[in-house]
Design a protein around this ligand. Structure first.
Ligand code: PGA
Ligand code: ZN
Length: 398
């Protein structure tokens, strides 16, 4: 079937910032996709243009050349990459490209009559495929509950404090557990007299001048914690600045070693700034046996960086954000490379999210180890959790 029409228009994301939604038609079939945006971005990410520019590019540059093409996401991704012609997608905009790329994949799945996760699974990036195991894996929830860093005016030093829930076998149960824990956490913070605000990803934020305090509170409620430090956000002139004190990379490493000894931390994302390669190597050496060291701004869903950082033993898990790279094809290549190297993937939303639940289908389709979808408080995050639960039901029917 061929694309019969395609257009983009403006919507608002969870921060109230403008972004684009793309709608694509093929005969009686249609699909929509919208694009999130990050705030603590890595410098190696593909370039997003303003919503106006991206929309103009979709409607005036791409759409006229797209109509009449076969609905085939990998062919259309190739066409988009050629049309853009830049390394960082700055001509059409990575946001314009991703909206189109996801929309065509969704359209293709609909035409094939398959749920999106199942269609993605058939493309063959899953870990279970390699082992000949056809069972469906559900991602563990890396669920944001406390927001700090640039997502909450540095009221807490690190960007995200998460509960990790689930064991890969189901998802509705862990989502229920998360709801209960999130409510308990809110009550606990109030009881402790904290003035609570809400961070960008819907988690609580409170003012603290003690690195250990958030972990004290969280570990009383749950025994698997994860952290996204977003180390580049407080890195200035070769030093890491926390509560007006400066730490060298080695001193920050000691902080992590102590935190890991004292609290049930199972995963640390971006513990250092994106170019502090030695920091990553050191933390892997000291804690990599027991903790996931996850690359995000370090790796930016880019196969070249993923290959380098795996080879140089800087990480043992990779965060995957489709809008860091710009097409579904490249996102799947990044996932495949990570899984082939025997490492884990965590599929992630962005801090400025839309109601598009694509990442839920992606996470199940590729058998990702985890998903980061935010706190269970904002609609834009809930749509991902709701979709995971829906997928669990669809799996039951297959
Ligand atoms: P961002 O934050 O979307 O603002 O980059 C999310 C993350 O760092 O994982
Ligand atoms: Zn991150």
């Amino acid at each position: 079937m061929e694309v019969t029409s395609c257009h983009a228009y403006k919507i608002n994301d969870s921060r109230g910032d403008e972004t684009l939604e793309v709608e694509m038609f093929a005969g009686e079939f249609s699909a929509k996709a919208s694009v999130p945006s990050g705030k603590s971005t890595g410098s190696r990410e593909a370039v997003a243009l303003s919503a106006d520019e991206a929309i103009k590019n979709v409607n005036e540059v791409v759409a006229p050349q797209l109509v009449g093409r076969e609905v085939n996401f990998s062919e259309i991704d190739k066409f988009l990459l050629e049309l853009d012609g830049t390394e960082n997608k700055s001509e059409l905009g990575a946001n314009a490209i991703l909206g189109l790329s996801i929309a065509v994949l969704k359209l293709e799945a609909k035409i094939e009559g398959q749920p999106l996760w199942q269609y993605i699974q058939s493309l063959g990036c899953s870990t279970s495929k390699d082992s000949g195991d056809n069972s469906i894996r559900f991602p563990r929830l890396f669920a944001n509950v406390l927001n700090g860093g640039t997502h909450a005016d540095f009221r807490l030093p690190f960007q995200e404090y998460m509960f990790v829930l689930g064991n890969g076998l189901n998802v509705a149960g862990p989502v229920e557990q998360l709801k209960v824990l999130f409510e308990q956490l809110g009550k606990k913070l109030k009881k402790n007299g904290k003035e609570i605000k809400m961070g960008d990803e819907g988690g609580f934020s409170f003012k603290s001048d003690n690195i250990e305090e958030p972990f004290d509170i969280l570990s009383e409620l749950h025994n698997k914690l994860a952290l996204d430090v977003a180390g580049g956000e407080f890195f200035e002139n070769g030093k890491y600045r926390i509560f007006d004190k400066e730490y060298s990379s080695g001193e920050l490493l000691e902080i992590y070693e102590n935190l890991v000894k004292k609290f049930p931390i199972v995963s640390i994302e971006d513990p250092f700034s994106e170019n502090d390669f030695n920091g990553f190597k050191q933390v892997m050496e000291k804690t990599g046996e027991i903790v996931l060291i996850v690359g995000d701004d370090l790796t930016t869903t880019n196969v070249k960086m993923i290959e380098k950082t795996i080879e140089e033993k800087m990480i043992n898990a990779v965060l995957i954000k489709p809008n860091q790279i710009g097409t579904v094809t490249e996102t799947l290549e990044a996932i495949q490379m990570t899984h082939k190297a025997g490492l884990k993937t965590i599929i992630s939303h962005r801090s400025g999210e839309t109601e598009d639940s694509f990442i839920a289908d992606l996470a199940v389709g590729v058998g990702a180890y985890g998903i980061k979808a935010g706190a269970i408080s904002q609609l834009e995050r809930m749509t991902k959790y709701d979709r995971l639960i829906e997928i669990e039901k669809e799996v039951g029917k297959c």
